[in-house]
Ligand binder design. Structure first.
Ligand code: ACO
Length: 430
């Protein structure tokens, strides 16, 4: 459009500027031309936590937070959850199109044959304390993988980069399962190439005492759906951490380790762990109104699993998860905390405080209940998020590395500290 521009008058100087509007954005660098005098650095934007800043162009995942839409490469999340598998979805995310039968077979075969980790990783794991959090173990061992594959530093070589992407996706369930077994004091179980990705993972985690132990197919299916739901979510905190770390052209293992670290936090991937603790603390449906009152009272208590930076209508993943709950509980028996969760959701969604702030259940509100019903300890929940999100991290990493507009990430600051002053000898300090 001819008039897709923004006219700015700088009232400090009276000068007028015309900025191009593209994709609903102005380029922040164009503001630099707005100066009070030639010595002036130029205008910047101040945007703590990137509330209104696009850091990249991306063709991977589309979200419309107001309408509650989530699409991977154009395919709606509910269709993928119903019809696809995690590995097929991960091929789609990485390559942009759904695979043909031949392409899928080849991809699954590749992933299946990279699930083993170097034996030294086991001794490495043994070095952690018996009660180490599985997420710290996972982050450290993924970072350590870069020392096992030194060629990974050739980040601009497509073949080398793709080989590492496959390795990370393939090895993540093995590393997560090893960290679980370590925290339980159980022997590590090696991957079994006869099993699918999700079933193999469940077996490495759960198998004990029976060489032919098999996971219940309904639980394998439910976990695979949860993996699909968590595979990518555009520029969230951990993906941004991966992109920012990767922008220094560090290898993908190190960049993904940065993503894992970001995911560990309770405001991000740690939220489902926090939801379970909150539900236990509430203890009974009759205590729900009192708890909601406390949240509204402003003492800092949050309704964990509610609210989202982007979704302001509903989180489409939460809908799919609620359905998956029923299928899992049919096998495992109902999680007694479910009644409290349902009551909490009912009360909150009728309450002005939550309605006005557009706070709805997010993906984490119900996922923890499923994980607990499946017998995973709360500490392990975030690892169950990290396994599928690895696909998103490596795909976004590759998109960033191959984007000619990207450079090393390096934001600006507004300096608020003290300016130049002379050093004071220690004996002269007050
Ligand atoms: N409980 C109570 N109040 C809340 C909640 C909550 N869960 N979330 C937001 N609010 C309130 C805030 O206090 C704020 O109120 P105010 O306007 O009176 O100050 C208002 O709603 C807006 O919230 P912000 O914090 O500005 O929203 P933001 O986009 O920064 O935060 C976040 C999003 C971090 C997800 C937040 O909603 C939250 O902490 N939720 C609980 C943790 C959680 O469930 N995280 C999982 C996110 S999904 C994921 O990572 C997979």
């Amino acid at each position: 459009m001819a008039n897709d521009t923004l006219s700015i008058t700088d009232n400090r100087t009276g000068k007028k500027y015309e900025l191009k509007i593209e994709n609903g954005c102005i380029r922040a660098m164009e503001l630099r031309a707005i100066k009070t005098d030639p010595e002036d650095f130029g205008l910047m934007t101040y945007d703590p936590a990137f509330l209104n800043t696009a850091n990249c162009k991306s063709a991977i995942t589309f979200i419309d937070g107001d309408k509650g839409i989530l699409e991977y490469r154009g395919y709606p999340i509910d269709q993928l959850a119903e019809k696809s598998s995690h590995l097929e979805t991960s091929y789609l995310l990485m390559n942009g199109e759904l695979p043909t039968k031949g392409e899928l077979d080849e991809y699954v075969n590749k992933i299946t044959h990279h699930t083993y980790v170097h034996e030294n990783i086991k001794s490495f794991m043994d070095g952690f304390r018996y009660d180490a959090h599985p997420m710290s173990m996972l982050g450290s061992t993924v970072a350590a993988l870069s020392s096992f594959y030194p060629e990974a530093k050739h980040v601009r070589n497509l073949e080398v980069r793709r080989a590492q992407m496959v390795r990370i996706i393939a090895k993540m369930p093995t590393l997560a399962a090893f960290s679980y077994r370590h925290s339980q004091g159980l022997p590590y179980i090696y991957p079994n190439n006869d099993l699918g990705y999700t079933e193999n993972f469940l077996t490495m985690v759960k198998s004990i005492g029976k060489p032919n132990w098999r996971a219940h197919p309904a639980l394998v299916k439910a976990l695979d759906i949860l993996f699909i739901l968590h595979a990518d979510h555009e520029q969230n905190c951990s993906t941004t951490a991966t992109r920012v770390a990767g922008s220094s052209e560090v290898d993908p293992y190190s960049a993904v380790a940065a993503g894992i670290t970001a995911l560990y936090g309770p405001l991000h991937g740690g939220a489902n762990e926090a939801v379970l603790r909150m539900l236990r603390e509430i203890g009974d449906t009759k205590n729900v109104p009192e708890f909601v009152k406390r949240v509204k009272g402003g003492d800092g208590t949050k309704l964990m699993g509610f609210g989202h930076r982007v979704y302001k209508n509903y989180d489409p993943r939460a809908k799919v998860i609620k359905r998956a709950c029923d299928e899992v509980f049919e096998v495992t028996g109902k999680n007694p905390l479910l009644d409290i969760a349902v009551e909490l959701e009912r009360v909150a969604l009728q309450d002005d405080y939550f309605v006005q702030r557009k706070l709805y259940p997010n993906v984490d509100f119900y996922s923890g209940l499923i994980y607990e019903a499946m017998g995973f300890p709360v500490d392990f929940f975030t690892c169950l998020f990290a396994i599928p999100r690895t696909v998103g991290w490596v795909t976004q990493y590759e998109e960033m590395i191959t984007d000619s507009e990207q450079k090393i990430a390096r934001p600006r600051q507004i300096f608020t500290g003290t300016r130049k002053r002379d050093y004071v000898a220690i004996e002269k300090r007050a």
